[in-house]
Design a protein around this ligand. Structure first.
Ligand code: AGP
Length: 609
């Protein structure tokens, strides 16, 4: 998705902007550009990588004020003319989001004599801003921007420069993330804190319908009526090292290896083995409200949605709460039947997924209490929800979610145990067993990582397959879904995740000797059932790769390859099996020479509908 950076201070703007844009590369982009104030505004942009952008900027380009952008095409092809910044005589604008009424504005501005150079929606912002400053009255950049955003429909994070007011950078935000970074004699803007980690940890998160100015020493924030807003800065805990590769070939591999720590960080300080309790101070639900809960609705997309399916099973089993899992992009256009005594749980690692945010807003309008599970402090979802349960996985740069997924699962276990104890559905002893099991997970994941060679060999053996199937039952169904999603995202192999019992209702027709079938066959009350499903596909000549417990001595009789996980509590094994499948996808993509951290067509944070 698009990324914004901005710098104003006493340093050399170009290297700072380029460096910050590099930190945003992981979000996915197809073109990039910068504007620097060097006596006048100089703009350089290109359809291509940041390295190529760097090559077209003359070495002696001076200037200590600038804005930059990485674009992920929505309106108009990935061509240089569509890259940001967009210019309207003396004004330069970068924008994330989508302007829904851009055609109508474009028509009006064309009638007024403005000539459009691009096919983007963003260019209307530049021209409208110019009109609101010069064409109309003699507004300042800030006043012009305030008038402009009032006319925009849709979502935006905007940073703008004006050559007649060279000491300031203006910004505005609605439904697209924007943060201001505070330095010493230098300040920054960015769409994502990762871009700022090299420069500062002190940030101010900008809210919807706020605009403002960044100057080298000060930051001014206003509402759209011009009232001053004062907000204390927050300190980001993430480190720069955490956002770099640390010797791993890919971010994804590094992030897979970080899971013993990221899981530990997510549950640290919350679990009491002695008392069989999970303390979630961040949960603003009173005991009587918890007891009265009749239903929960989990809202999420992609990997987070897969985590949600496991969440459903956990809430139903451990807390006795009927739970539905909704795809956020569909939920917002459906007619949900919700009421006040229900709980909405939004799962989103980025906290910025447009579909999830819109779905949560829609559920809040029914009076539902809401909990967000997210990895990003200060992200938009945290302001849209009554309670926020943070996963503490650290920055995830690889587009394919790995450590944030397992951290989400941990958050869901903790929430289910907490609610289940409060509602009297599970006993202290049952909770204790689970807590002991959760605490063992980091060591068990480390064991899987230590023997990853077997997974690599298996991945190489089947890397040329055209199709893959992943099957599992009950708790292992979401594991199968996530295994298939991971494989298709980064290796471009067609993969289906299926509830194993459903195969015979259609997909069995696709099983041939050329189709590897990954069966998640860890021990539990559906173990015998998955063995029957394995026999079904074996009878159709498929090659079966089983994910099975270390102490399962029977499985080898039925399958071709066994990938092992340490034996665990039945409810917790999805965490371990998921790590195996992450490695299987990673090594498959590696064998195929795919772009692992930045898969084609995908973006880390999907901030458009
Ligand atoms: C995960 O590997 C994917 N890149 C994608 O499905 C992702 O999970 C989805 O876009 C939701 O993102 P979120 O968790 O940030 O809301």
């Amino acid at each position: 998705m698009c990324g914004i950076v901005g710098y104003i201070g006493d340093g050399h703007a170009v290297p700072i902007l380029i460096d910050s844009l590099r930190m945003l590369e992981y979000r996915g982009y197809d073109s990039a550009g910068v504007t620097v104030f060097n006596g006048s505004l100089e703009t350089y942009k290109i359809a291509g990588r940041i390295k190529e952008l760097e090559n077209i900027i003359p070495e002696n380009t001076k200037g200590s004020i600038g804005i930059g952008h990485t674009r992920w095409a929505t309106h108009g092809k990935p061509e240089t003319k569509n890259a940001h910044p967009h210019i309207s005589s003396g004004i330069s604008v970068v924008h994330n989001g989508i302007i829904e009424n851009y055609l109508e504005l474009k028509e009006r501005l064309t009638d007024l004599g403005y000539e459009f150079q691009s096919d983007t929606d963003t260019e209307v912002i530049a021209h409208l801003l110019h009109f609101n400053m010069n064409g109309n009255s003699n507004n300042s950049l800030l006043d012009g921007l305030a008038e402009t955003v009032k006319e925009l429909k849709g979502s935006y994070a905007i940073a703008a420069l004006y050559d007649k007011e060279p000491g300031i950078m203006a910004f505005a935000r609605k439904d697209s993330p924007l943060v201001v970074g505070l330095g010493n004699g230098s300040n920054y803007t960015a769409s994502d804190v990762t871009a700022l980690l090299k420069h500062t940890k002190k940030v101010i998160f900008i809210n919807d319908d706020e605009i403002g100015l960044v100057k080298p020493e000060t930051v001014e924030i206003y509402d759209l009526e011009g009232h001053t807003i004062s907000r204390d800065p927050e300190t980001i805990e993430w480190t720069l090292e955490a956002a770099e590769k640390a010797g791993y070939e890919h971010f994804m591999l590094k992030e897979i290896h970080e899971q013993p720590t990221s899981i530990q960080d997510t549950f640290a300080g919350k679990l009491s083995e002695l008392e069989g309790t999970v303390t979630l101070k961040e949960l603003y639900l009173k005991p009587e409200e918890i007891k009265r809960l009749r239903r929960a609705t989990i809202i999420a997309c992609g990997t987070s949605w897969n985590a949600g399916i496991l969440g459903k099973y956990l809430f139903e089993k451990l807390a006795g709460i009927h739970t539905d899992v909704e795809t956020a992009s569909e939920f917002r256009y459906s007619n949900p039947v919700l009421c006040g005594e229900e709980l909405t749980i939004a799962i989103t690692q980025s906290g910025e997924t447009a579909d999830t945010l819109a779905a949560v807003r829609s559920s809040s309008s029914y009076g539902c209490r809401s909990i967000a599970i997210t990895n990003v402090v200060g992200s938009t979802i945290t302001r849209e929800s009554d309670s926020v349960l943070y996963t503490r996985a650290g920055p995830e740069i690889g587009v394919a979610a790995t450590k944030t997924f397992t951290a989400q699962l941990i958050a869901l276990y903790m929430l289910a145990i907490n609610l289940g104890r409060a509602r009297g559905v599970i006993s202290a002893n049952e909770a204790k067993d689970l807590i002991v099991g959760i605490k063992r997970l980091p060591g068990q994941i480390q064991k899987i990582l230590n023997r990853k060679e077997a997974i690599k060999e298996c991945a190489i053996q089947f890397a040329e397959s055209r199709d893959y199937f992943f099957i599992g039952r009950y708790l292992n169904f979401p594991v199968a879904l996530e295994g298939a999603l991971k494989l298709k995202e980064i290796s471009y192999i067609h993969a289906e995740g299926y509830a194993a019992g459903e195969l015979k209702h259609g997909p069995l027709a696709l099983i041939t000797e050329e189709t590897p079938v990954v069966a998640i066959a860890t021990k539990g009350h559906t173990y015998e059932k998955i063995l029957s499903n394995i026999k079904e596909v074996k009878a159709r000549d498929a090659t079966v790769i089983a994910v099975a417990d270390d102490d399962d001595t029977e499985i080898e009789k039925y399958v071709d390859v066994v990938l092992r996980v340490p034996s665990s509590h039945e409810l917790l094994s999805p965490v371990l099996s998921s790590v195996v499948l992450q490695l299987l996808s990673y090594y498959t993509a590696l064998a195929k020479g795919c772009s692992i951290d930045k898969p084609r067509n995908l973006a880390k944070s999907v901030t458009v509908e």
